[in-house]
Structure formats: structure tokens, C-alpha cells
Design a protein around this ligand. Structure first.
Ligand code: HPA
Length: 257
């Protein structure tokens, strides 16, 4: 089953589904409401990352409950959308980035399902390259820049970054910055699910932007890109195989000590 973790601005995908069934999924980390959408004859599990109505701040998201709920309901290929700032003048607001690596600058999150077992999962390809490829193959509907690859920096938030932090992230090779990719991507891998982020650039990051950052410009840009993003998700859902095998489904085979 395909899963979508929707960041700011994609809740409306539900309105385009043929049918919707809301389910409260109980997990050992908490209960999570997931919408089962019927799209193109496929069932898609949709989970708004910040909860209904965007009420949960990034540093308080119950990432373990969210990923456990998607696993429990049968999702094994997750597309995760998020708003990001750009560190690169060539990747302007309105661009879509499908990153292929991350830098984890979160400081206070529950990062693993394995607290009582020694597990080290491989991170040579931090996001699922098979899923990334299908998303990129379906990105013709995007009006503007689509970037294949790049490093997403994940900060703790909820504040935006300082100019010195952005300079440091640039020197380290970061291309975009957001607050929600981690530990989400790692937890999905620990549950042997495919995971690929779809990052929507809402602003230039601090110090690169000619103006001070504000949440209004983030929301405005996300609203502007919403229809294209929903088309991208739809087209990708249509062409994704539910049968094809993937290395992500076997990641734990080589991870136990
Ligand atoms: N920084 C971090 N997260 C963000 C940004 C940003 O500039 N824009 C949207 N989400």
C-alpha cells in the first residue's frame, strides 16, 4: 500500500479521492488518525504530519506513532511532502526538490524503534532511489524547477535558522532546510518501508533571503504549489507498482549485531 505523509498544504488531496475511510490506528506509541483514500483503484493511506488543522509543531510530532501506524495499516511505500527553505540561489521558491541525502541537526527527538536491541541500518542510499525515480518520472506536471537530488538539512525548530547556521549548512553541502524529515525517514527504514521526500521550496533560507522570514510567505507559496503537488502525487500513485520488490523491504536482514 502507498502512504502519504502530508506536510503543510496537502490535506486537500482527500477531496480528490473517490472515497475516504477514516481509521484510528492504535500503536504502542499512541493512536493516530489515518485516512484511507481510494485513488486510481489503489488504496492510499494519508496522514497529515502536523495533525488535522496543522496544530502540532515540528518538534512535538509523534514520529514513532505515525510510522508505526502506517506500517500497521499496511503501507510500505511512503511519499513525504514538506516545506523547506533553500540554501541555493539557483533553487528558488516554487522549486520542487527530490533530495537524495540528509544532514541530521535535530537535537531532541526519539530517533529509533530499537532501544532494547542492537540494530544498525545501512544508510548508503538514505532515501529510496526506486521511489525517488518514479516521483521524478512523473514530475512533468510541476510548473518550474524540479531538482533531482541534493542534501536536505533537518533542524530541530520550531524557530527558523540563524545566518551563521545557514552558512555552516552550506559549507557542509546542504541544499535545502526543513524541520520534519528526521527521524521520520530513519524510522520508516527501520520498519522496512520505502520512503522518499518531496520538498517544496517556500522561501530562500535566512541570510540568503533578502527579507526576514515569515510563516505567511511559507503558507502562501505552499498554497500556490498545492495543485501541482497533488497532480504529482496522483500521477506517481498511478504509476507506482505494488508488487515490485525493493531493497528497503529487506533492510533488517543485515542490520542485527
Ligand atoms: N527553514 C526551516 N524550515 C522551513 C523553512 C526554512 O527556511 N521554510 C519552510 N520550512
Amino acid at each position: 500500500m502507498i502512504g502519504i505523509i502530508g506536510g503543510s498544504g496537502v490535506e486537500e488531496i482527500s477531496e480528490f479521492a473517490d472515497s475516504i475511510e477514516k481509521k484510528l490506528v492504535e500503536t504502542e506509541y499512541g493512536s493516530v488518525e489515518v485516512s484511507l483514500l481510494s485513488i486510481e483503484d489503489k488504496t492510499v493511506a494519508f496522514l497529515p504530519r502536523h495533525s488535522a488543522g496543522h496544530t502540532c509543531p515540528p518538534h512535538k510530532i509523534n514520529f514513532k506513532a505515525n510510522i508505526a501506524a502506517l506500517k500497521e495499516i499496511g503501507a510500505n511505500q511512503i511519499m513525504a511532502t514538506n516545506a523547506v527553505g533553500s540554501l541555493d540561489l539557483d533553487i528558488g521558491p516554487g522549486s520542487i526538490v527530490i533530495p537524495d541525502d540528509f544532514l541530521d541537526f535535530t537535537v531532541n527527538r526519539d530517533v529509533t524503534f530499537y532501544d532494547n536491541e542492537v540494530i544498525h541500518i545501512d544508510m548508503t542510499e538514505p532515501f529510496c532511489n526506486r521511489l525517488r525515480g518514479v516521483i521524478l518520472d512523473n514530475s512533468d506536471c510541476i510548473n518550474g524547477n524540479v531538482v533531482d537530488g541534493g542534501t536536505i538539512v533537518c533542524t530541530e525548530g520550531p524557530r527558523f535558522e540563524t545566518p551563521a547556521e545557514i552558512k555552516m549548512f552550506s559549507i557542509l553541502g546542504g541544499s535545502i532546510v526543513g524541520m520534519t524529515t528526521l527521524p521520520e525517514a530513519v524510522l520508516a527504514r527501520e520498519k522496512e518501508m520505502c520512503y522518499a521526500p518531496i520538498a517544496i521550496v517556500s522561501n530562500y533560507s535566512t541570510g540568503i533571503s533578502p527579507t526576514k522570514l515569515n510563516t505567511e510567505e511559507v503558507l502562501e507559496k505552499m498554497a500556490q504549489k498545492k495543485d501541482e503537488l497533488i497532480s504529482l502525487l496522483f500521477n506517481t500513485i498511478k504509476s507506482l507498482s505494488l508488487e515490485e520488490d525493493c531493497d528497503c523491504y529487506h533492510i533488517l536482514d543485515d542490520a542485527h549485531m
